[in-house]
Each structure stands twice: as structure tokens, then as C-alpha cells.
Design a protein around this ligand. Structure first.
Ligand SMILES: Cc1cc2nc3c(=O)[nH]c(=O)nc-3n(C[C@H](O)[C@H](O)[C@H](O)COP(=O)(O)OP(=O)(O)OC[C@H]3O[C@@H](n4cnc5c(N)ncnc54)[C@H](O)[C@@H]3O)c2cc1C
Ligand SMILES: *[C@@H]1O[C@H](CO)[C@@H](O)[C@H](O)[C@H]1NC(C)=O
Ligand SMILES: *[C@@H]1O[C@H](CO)[C@@H](O)[C@H](O)[C@H]1NC(C)=O
Length: 464
């Protein structure tokens, strides 16, 4: 089923108009007089918002509330409701939507201090804070002798990723992030704190909705997720970079299309700068084989090796270093409007056109760090024992994103043109299925009940 995007855009426009009540100064004054006294020790307000991965169309709040407990989150939501102040939670700050509407009459709820991670004595469950980052989860998991399914970028909010599906290196083994959630503590639009799980005594509908569309329904202060006991030999993988010269692009695309990704494999492809001083763009792939070694890795990715990489940095890496290669993506600050899309086939001619557009943009002074990224994971259906979730895109084989990366806002027009054109090329004739696919009608009805006033309206808003 394909649903038009237009109702969503209309809903956003309506929300924008109805919100502007207090001025920025009034919001700050009210926060000082009515909110700060209700916060726990350790919570505080600031006027510099925490940095985001991209400054492009970033939220610009009047005040940031740095919460230190679950009840701080509830108190802040209640405060915002009392004075009709728009609000938004921020976790890793890596959300790449351009739908943020928080202006300087709004409140940003910074979850960063809710970053505790604990693992149960039997090692089968981890409790992760609403503000814990991926690298925080991995550090705690390693210390406890377990694996936890996380995103592949250390700076991403662990729950930020989970709530929208949750892709990661262990997907083929353990499913999407949403398949690993057992229960959540959630502050809903009414400012109440609820425990949400599959249990019929909680709110199983809300549990379904949050696992795929979470930012539309509440703020997760902590979640209990599955963890997987693993010896140190089971916490290693063979991975690294294979770099190809640009004329090999078509062969690389064909090899990725033809690769049969087993449950312990994935592969990424980048168009990326080889670094200063030349900043020459290259084609880079990162094969990944869980518990692999040089022999088994080269065998699993023989078709890539056959093309003749000019550089090979693959090695056996411990769990704590699987994401290190992506640390270059962590940098905060510049403008990175991102254009992502999922599709089913790798078409060499399409990728050559995108390469040409990419190199054209990337050679601009100050745009050298721009990237195109493709991620291919093994097909991951819901685990047989996992609870159904609203996240709809399990069958998508390839996810790509174009990331123009620059400081100079005069490049915005060229960046948007490049990103949109790349996305259109990838999409080809495939249906423009919206973010939530077939889950949308049911999400609408749960939204009407749980967040009737659409307080959570800035992340691919699903208001009807
Ligand atoms: C460099 C980079 C790498 C990425 N890698 C991966 C990856 O490997 N796997 C993957 O699945 N995704 C990945 N993503 C996508 C990423 O998961 C989403 O952009 C996600 O929304 C980011 O979450 P965040 O907490 O960092 O961002 P934020 O901007 O802080 O949050 C994004 C949205 O989620 C909401 N939100 C965040 N935390 C909570 C919470 N606890 N409760 C309720 N709402 C919340 C926020 O309010 C906001 O609307 C990546 C993105 C980037 C930019
Ligand atoms: C590499 O891994 C394979 C498959 O697990 C194993 O059979 C082989 O012995 C390993 N080789 C080395 C050198 O460790
Ligand atoms: C953007 O500007 C900052 C601060 O001047 C600088 O550190 C960074 O390298 C610049 N980024 C790009 C992509 O030019």
C-alpha cells in the first residue's frame, strides 16, 4: 500500500501555526519560576543547546532542560503542557530528519544524563537509559560479557536508533533493534510515566506503535532490551576497508548486488574523500564477517577481492572497535542535509550517475567531506519469537544516503539539488512508500488515543 505524503505535510503546517503562544523570553522566565524548582538535584537548564550532528534546520529552543531523572522528564512535559510550550527530546542528536519545527519559543529536553546501562546477573537483559549512546552500550556490554544489538555509529543515541527500527552489525543474528525491546518506561504526552510492554496489563498497542514510530508517542526514559551472553571469541569480527579506484565502480556495484549476505555478514559502500591534501574521492567498501578471520573473510567476500582493491585494511577486531572506522562521521556541527532511501536493486548506471553528481559537489571548496553511503544487511525477518512491531521495512535490501557536508549556507541549494537527485535515481520506479508503510492506519488510531493533541510532532509526524 502506498500513501501520499501530502496529509503529513499539511499536518505539520497546522501544528506550526497553533503553537506560537509564549515568546522566548517568557518561556525562559516560566522555566526559571515554574520548572526549575520541580527538577531533581543534578538537573539544570542551559541556553546553549547540545551540539547536533548536523546544523541544517536544527531545532532552536529557548531553553534546554538537562534532565537527570525520569521524573524530571515528566515534570518538564507537564510544565510544557501547562503553558502550551512546544518541546522535543534530544538524545544522540543524530536525527537526520529535516522536519524539526522547534523554534525559540520551545523547550529541548536533553536526555544525555540518562545514560546508565546495566546488565542483569543472568546476562540476558540490559537496561539502557533514554540518553545512552551506542558506544556507552558497547562498553557496558563488553564489561558484562554480552553482546547487545546497536547501531554502527558510536555517537548515535541507542534508543534513537531502536525506536525507528534499529539497524546494526548483529541484525542477521538477533534481528532489528525493535525485536530486542522487552519493555520501556515512557513519559507520554499527558506527562504520565508508563511501563509499556507486550503484556496485556500494560498497553500492547502502544508497545507496537513505539517500536518503529517511537518519537511520535512519548519519551523513553529507559528500556529493557535483550542481551546475548558471549565469550570474548564471540565478540570479534573481521572487518575494515577495501578501497577501489573509481573506474571499478560498476564491478563493485555488481558484486554487491550478487553477494548472498549470510546472517553473519554485511557490507557498506562509501563515496568518500581519501583525505587531505588531495581530497580525491574514492570508492570504499567495508565488508563485515562476525567471528571471521582473514581466511574466512576473504572467502566470504571473494567477489570484491577479485575486482582488485588498491588498499585493504581488514583485520580481526574486538566488539569495542567494530564501529571505529565510522568515527570520522561523528563530527558535530557542519551542515549535513541527508537524503536517505531504501531500495531492492543495485544498478551500475544509476550509481555511475550518482558518482558523477557526488564528485561534482565534493570538489567544491569546503565540501570535501561529503559522503554517499550504502548499507546492505542480510534479510532479517522478525525473529520467530519476537513481538510484532510497527516498523515496516524488513524486506528492504539496500539503504543509501547522500550526505552533502559543508559549512557555507550558500551551498544549500546545490546540496539539496544533489541530494534530491540522488534519491530520485535510487528510487527509480519503486513505489514511494512512506516512512511507516502499512503500519500507518493503525498508528493513526493509536496516536489519536495516546497523543490527541499531537505534542510529539517533529519526527516524521503521523498526525492524520
Ligand atoms: C552518522 C549516523 C549514523 C547512523 N547510524 C545508524 C545505524 O547504524 N543504525 C541505525 O539504525 N540508524 C543509524 N542512524 C540513524 C539514526 O538512528 C537516527 O537518525 C536516529 O533517529 C538518531 O537518534 P539520536 O538519538 O542520535 O538523534 P536525536 O536527534 O537526538 O533523536 C532523533 C529523534 O528521536 C527522538 N528520540 C531520541 N531518543 C528518544 C527517546 N529516548 N525517547 C523518545 N524519543 C527519542 C528525538 O526526539 C528525535 O525526534 C545513523 C544516523 C547518523 C547521522
Ligand atoms: C578461520 O575461520 C574458519 C571458520 O571459522 C576456521 O575454520 C579457520 O580455522 C580459521 N583460521 C584461522 C587461521 O584461525
Ligand atoms: C566548518 O567550520 C569549522 C569551524 O570553523 C571547522 O572546524 C570545520 O573543519 C569546517 N568544516 C568543513 C566541512 O569545512
Amino acid at each position: 500500500m502506498t500513501i501520499s505524503k501530502f496529509p503529513l505535510l499539511l499536518a505539520l503546517a497546522l501544528v506550526d501555526v497553533s503553537n506560537a503562544t509564549l515568546t522566548a523570553q517568557q518561556v525562559v522566565a516560566k522555566a526559571r519560576s515554574d520548572l526549575v524548582p520541580r527538577l531533581s538535584t543534578g538537573a539544570f537548564i542551559t541556553f546553549d543547546e547540545p551540539p547536533r550532528w548536523s546544523t541544517f534546520r536544527a531545532p532552536e529552543p529557548a531553553v534546554t532542560v538537562n534532565v537527570n531523572s525520569e521524573s524530571d522528564v515528566a515534570a518538564t512535559v507537564k510544565f510544557c503542557n501547562a503553558f502550551d510550550i512546544p518541546f522535543l527530546a534530544q538524545n544522540g542528536g543524530n536525527g537526520w530528519a529535516t522536519t524539526f519545527t522547534l523554534k525559540n519559543n520551545g523547550v529541548l529536553i536533553n536526555l544525555a544524563r540518562l545514560n546508565q546501562v546495566t546488565v542483569s546477573p543472568d546476562k540476558t537483559q540490559a537496561t539502557i537509559g533514554g540518553g545512552a549512546l551506542v558506544n556507552g552500550i558497547i562498553t557496558a556490554a563488553k564489561a558484562a560479557g554480552v553482546l547487545v544489538e546497536t547501531g554502527n555509529c558510536n555517537c548515535v543515541g541507542a534508543l534513537g536508533a531502536y525506536l525507528g527500527g534499529g539497524y546494526g552489525n548483529l541484525m542477521g543474528l538477533y534481528g532489528f533493534g525493535v525485536d530486542n525491546i522487552i519493555s520501556m518506561r515512557v513519559v507520554t504526552a499527558d506527562g504520565k510515566i508508563r511501563t509499556v510492554s507486550a503484556s496485556t496489563s500494560s498497553d500492547p498497542d502502544l508497545f507496537w506503535a513505539m517500536r518503529g514510530a517511537g518519537p511520535n508517542f512519548g519519551i523513553v526514559t529507559s528500556a529493557v532490551v535483550k542481551s546475548w551472553p558471549a565469550m570474548s571469541t564471540e565478540r570479534s569480527a573481521w572487518t575494515g576497508a577495501l578501497i577501489f579506484s573509481p573506474e571499478k565502480l560498476e564491478q563493485v556495484i555488481q558484486a554487491i548486488q550478487a553477494l548472498e549476505l549470510k546472517h553473519d555478514m554485511n557490507v557498506f559502500l562509501y563515496f568518500i574523500s581519501s583525505g587531505p591534501p588531495s581530497n580525491e574521492p574514492v570508492v570504499l567498501t567495508t565488508p563485515f564477517l562476525y567471528m571471521g578471520n582473514a581466511t574466512s573473510g576473504k572467502a566470504a567476500f571473494a567477489s570484491l577481492y577479485a575486482i582488485g582493491p588498491i588498499q585493504d585494511t581488514t583485520a580481526v577486531l574486538p566488539y569495542t572497535e567494530w564501529n571505529s572506522g565510522g568515527d570520522a562521521f561523528r563530527s558535530r556541527g557542519p551542515r549535513k542535509p541527508s537524503f536517505g532511501v531504501g531500495f531492492q536493486a543495485m544498478i551500475p548506471e544509476v550509481w555511475r550517475k550518482i558518482w558523477n553528481m557526488y564528485t561534482e559537489f565534493q570538489k567544491k571548496l569546503g565540501a570535501e567531506a561529503s559522503v554517499v553511503l550504502l548499507e546492505a544487511y542480510p534479510s532479517t525477518k522478525a525473529r520467530p519469537n519476537s513481538v510484532p512491531a510497527s516498523f515496516p521495512h524488513r524486506e528492504v535490501k539496500f539503504n543509501a544516503v547522500a550526505i552533502p557536508w559543508y559549512n557555507d549556507s550558500s551551498y544549500d541549494a546545490a546540496a539539496l539539488a544533489f541530494g534530491n537527485a540522488a534519491r530520485e535515481l535510487w528510487r527509480g520506479n519503486e513505489d514511494l512508500s512512506v516512512v511507516y508503510g502499512e503500519s500507518l492506519p493503525r498508528l493513526w488510531s493509536i496516536k489519536r488515543r495516546v497523543d490527541p493533541q499531537d505534542k510529539f510532532n517533529q519526527w516524521f509526524n503521523i498526525k492524520q
